[in-house]
Ligand binder design. Structure first.
Ligand code: B12
Length: 238
């Protein structure tokens, strides 16, 4: 990778996860069911960890923007224009909303690279290939399988130097369906055992805006998750 740790990285990434569904908050033109409830009342700690980890690997010219509420993301995209990279968490409870946003972003901002991550992803290659063709193709550029922090940071560093079309199966844990129709994959790397390598998003102040009724998510779950053997993937461990 040509960009060394600590060198300037001009990319701007923004992310959304566990988004609140509301009739008025669907992205314009998206066919989303009208819902009125918060689908996950937890702070977006996982994506915030991606952000704090990334800052240990590169100097981002623009801080990573975190989003939980779709209204805020839609407003930011309207007002501030497209980011270079946008990441979406993909859980069973926000799958449709994340995919609708991804489709909208791809339609309006084709140069923005869309990265997905999270456990709502098949475990085995044949199913992953079907999943890409049936749900992700045309909306998502990369899917990070398993723990996201190192793979996401590697992707950001790579996009800093290379066109995303050149990235095929070179980053552990990152999958992408190339124009040639082949799903390029590399298995996730070993799990992070030293969780202090992911600086606390709470101490970094990234969670402050989400003390608005959302519940903090504690790392106990991850400690349990990380304590399992290295021979299983995150999804298998779950
Ligand atoms: C803690 C937990 C809960 C908590 C908190 C949930 C929350 N919203 O935060 C509670 C008890 C509330 C809960 C409830 C439910 N849960 Co739960 N829960 C978990 C558990 C045990 C740990 C999650 C966790 O904190 N992991 C630690 C964080 C850091 O990891 P992470 O979220 O996976 O994020 C990492 C990667 O996925 C990836 N990543 C995530 N987003 C992104 C985005 C990008 C761009 C990238 C690159 C990477 C990336 O990188 C992150 C950092 O490494 C997991 C099982 C597990 N062992 O993972 C199930 C799990 C997430 N839950 C699950 C389910 C189904 C539910 C329920 C729907 C159950 C039910 N029927 O009611 C509810 C609904 C929750 C809701 N809407 O909020 C499923 C989700 C399956 C799926 N396909 O999405 C899981 C995976 C368990 C399972 N195997 O079935 N849950």
């Amino acid at each position: 990778m040509a960009t060394a740790v600590g060198e300037g990285c001009p990319l701007r990434a923004c992310m959304v996860r566990d988004v609140t569904h509301a009739a008025a908050s669907a992205p314009p033109g998206a066919a989303l069911p009208a819902q009125q409830t918060v689908s996950a009342e937890t702070m977006p700690q996982a994506i915030a960890g991606l952000a704090t980890y990334a800052t240990t690997k590169m100097d981002l010219r623009h801080p990573v923007w975190l989003f939980k509420y779709p209204e805020a993301l839609a407003a930011a995209l309207e007002q501030d224009g497209p980011p270079d990279v946008i990441g979406f968490s993909h859980y069973i409870w926000n799958s449709q909303l994340s995919l609708a946003f991804a489709e909208l972003v791809k339609r309006r901002f084709p140069h923005t690279t869309v990265v997905f991550g999270g456990p709502h992803y098949p475990l085995h290659l044949p199913d992953q290939t079907d999943f890409w063709h049936q749900r992700l193709a045309g909306k998502v550029d990369f899917y990070v399988e398993g723990e996201g922090e190192p793979a996401f940071a590697d992707l950001l560093l790579t996009f800093n130097d290379f066109d995303r079309k050149e990235v095929r199966g070179t980053i552990s844990g990152a999958h992408n369906l190339h124009d040639d129709g082949i799903l390029y994959t590399r298995p996730p790397r070993l799990r992070i055992h030293n969780l202090s390598s992911v600086p606390s998003p709470y101490l970094a102040g990234l969670m402050d805006e989400f003390f608005d009724g959302m519940h903090p998510r504690l790392t106990a779950a991850r400690a349990e998750w990380a304590a399992r053997t290295d021979t299983t993937t995150n999804a298998e461990a779950a």
